[in-house]
Design a protein around this ligand. Structure first.
Ligand code: MRU
Length: 364
């Protein structure tokens, strides 16, 4: 998507053909910084410390990390080692494991002398494929927005609530939850987005709001607890969120707080959609609550908040007593029964094993 008048993806190969450049998302919306990363250790840090984040982008970044390892040492042992090292950087997003498996399965049969070049090529393809998947999600989700718009008075916007950032910053381009929103805007359908701030790291306030502003999408930032109230008052027409891992039974794991939005949506008959590319489906898992590992992040994310002061300094401030204990589960699981539909690249699936099987025959 564009930043100013220049088109950016969130990750691209440097001119040296060996490093990648990434948008360092820790500084947004205050500062737009691009970092060059050229080592596996650098890739691991960028994922773990969330310079890049969002399930699809984590996967693509890891794929490039494998390529960097192959350029250094293309042995089988190094291939297994980089798989392990990158896999442990973030535990919940399944796209990480998907991309690492994809790279290892592709590279393993090749002679070691051909692995580095092939790895960079395959990582680039995975990045390109992500863009295609998200674009297709956008086309399928646009139809839902169009149907809701047709039931509204002319000119009245479709009010969409979203949580966290499942935007272009979370993918290579377009985003998942945002792809239908961007396509609706391009198609001239009036939309308005309620952006949940998404504590503790504020991906909504810092990233989604920045994306919406940058692309001229009317939006309103709300605190995480406001969604239910707005739904009770009929101010939300639909919810669209992304997901870090959706099970073969249709349970949806996403940023902490998603479940509460789904409960409020169900209580108020507001359709609750989840947008996802097929690499986000974990076909090996059925019961999301029992089987998905939930990342537990540092308590500092709860008690310290990043912001920009009046004198332009980007810094953290403490918002709780220094001695107060914290807990910081980063994701929760929304049971399939609360999900109206899964917007995939192939169409909108029912959030159930049968629904996903029908959409992706031969899987699951
Ligand atoms: O912790 P984050 O910022 O990586 O979490 C991101 C999300 O929860 C997104 O909603 C999810 O990865 C889908 S991104 C298309």
């Amino acid at each position: 998507m564009n930043v100013g008048d220049r088109h950016y993806r969130t990750i691209w190969l440097s001119d040296d053909g060996r490093s990648v450049e990434i948008i360092d998302q820790r500084w947004l919306p205050h500062d737009f910084r691009v970092e060059k990363v050229g080592t596996v250790a650098g890739i691991a840090t960028a994922i773990r410390d969330m310079w890049v984040r969002g399930a699809p982008l984590i996967g693509v970044t890891a794929a490039y990390g494998v390529a960097m390892q192959m350029a250094d040492d293309p042995s089988d042992a190094a291939l297994d080692g980089v798989w392990e090292a990158l896999h442990e950087t973030r535990p919940t997003a399944i796209n990480l494991r998907w991309a690492l498996d994809e790279m290892r399965n592709f590279l393993r049969p090749l002679p070691s002398g051909r692995r580095a070049e092939a790895a960079y090529r395959r990582a680039g393809e995975i990045a390109d494929e992500d863009v295609g998947l998200n674009r297709a999600i956008g086309v399928n989700g646009l139809e839902i927005i169009r149907e809701i718009a047709a039931r509204k008075k002319p000119g009245e916007p479709v009010n969409i609530l979203t949580h966290c950032n499942a935007g272009w910053l979370a993918t290579v381009d377009y985003g998942t939850a945002t792809a239908p929103i961007y396509l609706a805007t391009e198609a001239g359908i009036p939309v308005h987005v309620y952006v949940d701030e998404t504590r503790p790291r504020n991906q909504g306030a810092q990233l989604t709001a920045w994306e919406m502003a940058g692309h001229g999408v009317p939006h309103t930032l709300i605190v995480d607890n406001a969604g239910g109230h707005l739904m009770q008052r009929g101010q939300v027409d639909m919810v669209i969120v992304g997901t870090d891992r959706t099970t073969a039974d249709g349970d949806v794991c996403n940023k902490i707080g998603t479940y509460l939005k789904a409960l409020a949506a169900a209580d108020n008959d507001v359709p609750f959609y989840v947008a996802l590319p097929s690499p986000t489906i974990d076909w090996t898992v059925g019961d999301g609550l029992a089987e998905i590992p939930i990342e537990q992040r540092s308590g500092d994310e709860v008690s310290l908040v990043w912001g920009k002061s009046a004198n332009g300094e980007i810094a953290q401030v403490r918002i709780s007593p220094e001695t107060t204990p914290t807990a910081n589960p980063a994701f929760d699981v929304t049971p399939a029964r609360l999900v109206t539909g899964l917007i995939t690249e192939r169409g909108v699936a029912k959030a159930s094993r049968d629904g996903l099987k029908a959409m992706f025959p031969g899987r699951g």
